[in-house]
Write a protein that binds this ligand. Structure first.
Ligand code: ING
Length: 300
């Protein structure tokens, strides 16, 4: 067995006035708690350094760019990297990335136990809309503030296994999991910020936690992989976001789940070898896939 002890570090609300040092302090506290449980890896949510700013229409690009990181680590995020190196723990987290070329991405980073930045992923499935829609109780302007990621989903050998990343809305799309399943992924790390209310489809609201778990359980089982889904949740500036952070086994079973909508660490011992029986039998892609019939999936 290849056990990796994982800490899912759910983050509660981050208000607009909460500065990065205050957020990093909360993240470091969760990291210390994870280390006390001998975690090898701690997973933080999507856009985990600031409030979920795509809920607002902002005319002024400087106001938007204030939510982005120009360098990683920066002086404000360095304490997280330093603590991880001191504790010998790997970590992944999401942030808004503003590149030197001026490009804006919703990004996730994977850092190993030595502090090496192993992998970077930039969100591909951007939900919501690109123009101001004042009829909505709140906006969801990821299509405006971020570009679609410029690289497909990667899988990196780190922390003792084949690790992959996706971000939030990606988890609702089977293609995201399969792209990594075809690269023999053994554990997918993902963060999310999911408002309970979806203005275009309010009748879906009561199913928010169900849909959240349904897609991660299906993705895990259908690709013989662990899935660690971590929420930024609680009520941010009046907008409720769901928690239900979950650690899902390759069996499709949820083996750990958050109980609050605040900062909460869920710890699980994940045996990466549990992936083998699925990859070798029911989802033996080599033996059973028929891609000659799948063409429609990649047509525009
Ligand atoms: N958030 C949401 C998600 O996919 C959303 C978008 C909100 C979808 C409400 C459905 C209902 O979980 C992000 N950031 O993608």
């Amino acid at each position: 067995s290849r056990i990796i002890t994982v800490g899912a570090a759910q983050m509660g609300a981050i208000q607009r006035a909460d500065n990065r040092p205050a957020v990093v302090k909360r993240m470091v506290e969760l990291m210390r708690e994870a280390a006390s449980h001998r975690c090898d890896l701690i997973v933080y949510p999507e856009l985990t350094l600031t409030t979920f700013f795509p809920r607002w229409w902002m005319e002024n690009q400087d106001d938007v760019d204030a939510f982005f990181e120009r360098e990683m680590p920066s002086n404000e995020t360095a304490p997280l990297f330093n603590e991880a190196a001191k504790l010998g723990i790997g970590f992944s987290f999401g942030y808004a990335e503003l590149t030197p070329e001026g490009r804006h991405f919703n990004t996730a980073l994977l850092v190993d136990k030595t502090g090496r930045q192993v992998g970077k992923y930039r969100k591909i499935h951007l939900p919501g809309h690109a123009e101001h829609e004042p009829w909505r109780a709140f906006q969801h302007l990821e299509k405006r503030y971020f570009e679609v990621g410029d690289r497909s989903w990667g899988v990196w050998n780190a922390l003792g296994g084949n690790m992959g990343m996706m971000i939030c809305n990606d988890r609702r799309w089977p293609e995201s999991y399969r792209m990594m399943g075809l690269q023999s992924v053994e554990m997918i790390l993902l963060g999310y910020n999911t408002p309970r209310h979806n203005p275009p489809a309010p009748d879906h609201d009561r199913l928010s936690e169900f849909h959240n778990q349904l897609v991660m359980q299906a993705g895990a089982y259908q690709n013989g992989t662990w899935v660690v889904g971590v929420a930024k949740c609680g009520v941010e500036e009046g907008c409720e976001m769901i928690g239900a952070s979950s650690i899902v086994a390759p069996t499709g079973e949820i083996i750990g789940q958050a109980l609050t909508q605040g900062d909460e660490l869920i710890v699980a011992r994940c045996d990466l070898d549990l992936t083998r029986s699925y990859k070798a039998s029911i989802f033996n892609f080599e033996m059973h896939r028929q891609p000659e019939h799948y063409g429609r999936i990649v047509q525009q």
